[in-house]
Ligand binder design. Structure first.
Ligand code: NAD
Length: 442
């Protein structure tokens, strides 16, 4: 991909100022598939200057003009969906069926949602007392995204910028630049004015920090690890930016004996393993009522034994590799920690699946009889590892669920809707899904 050596700034693909580069590897084959240019603070300066210049014109566009551009973006995205899916297959190992149906598809799903939201948005609202409330674009935005749902995260950040009349600089994960650069080509094709959208590749401490500290950026939107989120917040403080963070999780999934046990436990295991466990809101702590604990273990074991690990190039519902060696090693060390802490290995374990020698493939793994204080219950593993913890009653379940440094998501499986709502209000999580899973609702 020739554009990997360039950045998209001011409507042009330009040669970076920084000479640094990074190899991009295919996690399924470990082969190098490209070399991406890595920017520095001067590259950031020129992108911010382009975004700042573009803001005066783009912020003055009408809602009608921006809706027209978003519809052009939708048409351009639809034309490139297969390219986006193939890019994510090769750069982060998403199996192609899932890369098409779940990863690439988010670019359209979110776009539709934001088009609807913009249509309904009252940009000028007269309040009951006669005051006028204006909803105005915030300015130049710095957007930093992770590698695990690359286009999902980019779409969630870039589209609202385009919808509301702000301008932006995107720094995608340095490990998944290909899908991001295709997205830049799509925006270019849609006909956005130069400088409205800019892309600079690079690492977090260099390009990410330069964005967070830049005096001409008004807002930072970050998704990634807690550690990097803290760094962005600190770096942005000096220039008093607005900062939004979406961080990691160790999401509890409370299973009560009165739920449709077979369906709910099976869906829960699949959801945890989806995207090879590399989802921020994966239901990775399965809390099971003692009364149905043995049954739940049996169903979980049957389900995980049916999950295949395979080549991302093949169609099918198998899971793929972890996205790189660092991630693979981390998952292995967490499995070692679970074994050392005395958790019961119900399925999977250390090493690669039988017969696999190449690629960062891990075994889908379940630990049972886990206590919530164990590292495998407290730390985000970000791999195909589920921990199962028994609980006695509702109060015990809520206490275990909330005993975590995270608060991103939670899940409740029960046949009693009143109970579900009662519990949901007591779970300290940003979202609570009741009897549904995001991907595998039967
Ligand atoms: P990461 O924090 O290592 O990197 C995310 C992004 O931040 C990358 O673009 C990286 O270059 C950048 N970055 C790193 N250090 C930085 C710094 N000091 N300043 C500015 N930017 C910096 O995370 P990752 O490994 O790419 O992604 C996995 C993590 O992201 C997991 O913790 C996962 O739970 C989380 N995540 C959260 C959500 C959500 O919506 N809450 C979604 C997806 C992933």
């Amino acid at each position: 991909m020739p554009n990997l050596a360039k950045f998209f700034i001011g409507g042009q693909w330009i040669k970076p100022i920084s000479p640094a580069t990074l190899p991009i590897l295919n996690p399924a084959t470990e082969a190098q598939i490209g070399t991406v240019a890595m920017g520095n603070s001067e590259d950031v300066d020129s992108a911010v200057a382009a975004a700042k210049t573009a803001f005066s014109g783009f912020s003055a566009t009408s809602k009608k003009e921006r809706l027209h551009l978003l519809n052009r973006l939708k048409a351009a995205t639809e034309r490139r969906l297969e390219d986006l899916a193939q890019a994510m297959r090769i750069e982060m190992g998403a199996p192609i069926t899932m890369a098409r149906a779940a990863q690439a598809d988010t670019a359209i799903g979110h776009l539709k949602g934001f088009i609807d939201a913009l249509q309904e948005l009252e940009e000028r609202q007269v309040l009951a007392n006669g005051d006028v409330l204006l909803r105005e674009p915030i300015g130049v935005c710095g957007l930093i995204t992770p590698w695990n749902w690359p286009i999902n995260q980019i779409a969630l950040k870039v589209i609202p910028v385009l919808a509301t009349g702000s301008t932006c600089i995107l720094k995608p994960s340095e490990h998944t630049p290909i899908s991001a650069m295709i997205y830049a080509e799509i925006i270019d094709e849609a006909g956005y004015p130069p400088g409205v959208f800019n892309l600079v590749n690079g690492d977090g401490p260099t390009v990410g920090a330069a964005l967070s500290r830049h005096p001409d950026i008004q807002m930072m939107s970050f998704t990634g690890s807690t550690k990097a989120g803290i760094a962005v917040t600190r770096d942005a403080a000096e220039t008093v930016k607005r900062v939004t963070l979406e961080l990691g999780g160790k999401s509890p999934n409370l299973v009560f004996a009165d739920c449709e046990l077979e369906a709910r436990v099976s869906a829960s295991v699949r959801e945890c393993m989806f995207n090879t466990g590399q989802s921020c809101d994966a239901p990775s702590r399965l809390l099971v009522e003692r009364a149905c604990y043995d049954d739940a273990l049996r169903i979980a074991k049957l389900t995980i034994d049916s999950i295949k690990v395979g080549d991302p190039e093949q169609t099918g519902d198998h899971i793929g590799p972890l996205f790189d060696k660092i991630q693979y090693d981390r998952v292995q060390s967490m499995i070692e920690a679970g074994l050392a802490e005395g958790a019961t290995l119900l399925a999977g374990g250390l090493g690669k699946p039988d017969g696999v020698t190449t690629g960062w493939f891990a075994k889908p793994t379940i630990f049972a009889d886990v206590s919530n204080h164990m590292r495998v219950a407290q730390e985000e593993i970000f791999g195909p590892v589920l921990v199962i913890i028994p609980f006695e009653d509702e109060a015990d379940a809520i206490a275990i669920a909330n005993d975590t440094p995270y608060g991103l998501a939670a899940y409740v499986q029960t046949g009693d809707l009143e109970r579900a709502i009662r519990i949901a209000t007591r779970l300290r999580a940003g979202s609570v899904r009741i009897n549904v899973s995001a991907v595998y609702s039967p």
